[in-house]
Ligand binder design. Structure first.
Ligand code: FES
Ligand code: FE2
Length: 358
């Protein structure tokens, strides 16, 4: 049985990746074919022909208007995955249909529902509005990770690693030194982790992009909506500059760092990353810098997590971890995901005990 949480929405792609070319990506272990109809609607269906399993993304399979024609023997499917023509006979077998997936395009992402399609409508899709909103400029990408999704979740929930793994980019001593607060909204199913640094060194990622010279007030407010969407609300300001009482914050720089954590298989992950900023909106050099810098940071994580996956795969199950205060966010995330997995599998297992760090 899969350990991947079922009956949830996952980010499958950026909208820009899907057009009038057949596009295939494995999401949660399922090979899915994506394409846009002539009207511009994204469709998602199994990437395996029902006849002999030929991948519909593989040439010479092709689109013909709003149908996809299998390149092996010509089975032809509509945008809903239903077969509309087969070679050599008029009658199309009633069961000739591809599994089709609910799909929603939102906040620059294409979301696909994995599990029972009847559950799709009543299941939330978390939002990341800055990725497609006036007043924000975004750079984004996706890196393949040869490691299970839970390792990336652990990584993102505990930013103390920035000091060590990302020194010279986004890490400074204050990140690891400053304690965090962790809160869980059980009803909404969201984990919040905050670290507010009052007087910190400004790492190159922010000094170069904002132009701030000298020390900063740096806030990191994580909001993780399991299983897929992670947001880091980052606030950077000259040291001592705080938001106004009415909540306005004109003298700070705001960066929304968004990750979508989508399992490809049990042991590999699509690591979607995006950085939205509310300053230097039209400055291409800032965009280029943030794109390159963030990608480098993501690849530092990818390298470390790929190693970790190899280590874990090679060791017997049941090893003992040792958790400390910095891990409270990650442990809370694991607890929510375990509960979601039990629900998605239709089982009523006991809630795992609240994870606490010593
Ligand atoms: S495998 Fe697709 S038509 Fe035969
Ligand atoms: Fe990292």
């Amino acid at each position: 049985m899969t350990s991947i949480v079922q009956n949830q929405w996952y980010v499958a792609a950026y909208g820009r990746e899907i057009g009038r070319e057949l596009f295939s990506r494995t999401i949660c272990g399922e090979s899915i074919l994506f394409w846009r109809t002539e009207a511009g609607q994204v469709t998602a269906m199994s990437d395996r022909c029902v006849h002999r399993r030929f991948p519909l993304s593989e040439k010479p399979s092709h689109l013909n208007g709003d149908t996809v024609v299998c390149g092996y023997h010509g089975f032809t499917y509509g945008a809903d995955g239903v077969c509309v023509a087969v070679p050599g006979q008029k009658r199309v077998p009633r069961t000739a249909r591809l599994k089709s997936y609910p799909v929603v395009e939102q906040d620059s992402f294409v979301w696909v529902f994995i599990g029972d399609p009847d559950e799709a409508e009543s299941t939330r899709i978390p939002r990341a509005p800055w990725l497609d909103q006036e007043g924000w400029t975004v750079v984004s990408g996706m890196e393949p990770l040869k490691a299970r999704a839970s390792l990336l979740i652990d990584n993102l929930m505990d930013l103390s690693h920035e000091t060590y793994l990302h020194g010279g980019y986004i890490g400074t001593p204050e990140v690891a030194e400053t304690p965090i607060t962790t809160e869980v909204d059980e009803d909404a199913g969201i984990v919040y982790v905050s670290r507010h640094m009052a007087d910190a060194e400004c790492p190159p990622f922010y000094s170069t992009s904002t132009g701030i010279q000298g020390r900063i007030t740096r806030w990191q407010d994580i909001e993780y909506t399991p299983p897929c969407l992670y947001k880091l609300h980052s606030r950077i300001a000259p040291v001592g500059v705080l938001p106004n009482e009415d909540g306005t914050d004109p003298d700070a720089f705001h960066v929304e760092v968004v990750y979508a954590i989508t399992p490809e298989t049990e042991n590999s992950t699509h690591d979607f990353w995006a950085v939205a900023r509310d300053f230097a909106l039209d400055d291409e050099s800032v965009s280029d810098f943030l794109r390159e810098n963030n990608r480098t940071v993501v690849l530092q994580d990818v390298t470390a997590l790929d190693v970790l996956e190899q280590v874990l795969t090679g060791e017997p199950d049941g090893y003992q971890e040792l958790s400390i205060n910095i891990d409270t966010g990650g442990l809370a995330a694991r607890r929510l995901i375990a509960a979601m997995a039990a629900e998605g599998a239709g089982t009523t297992v006991e809630q795992p005990a609240a994870a606490t760090a010593p």
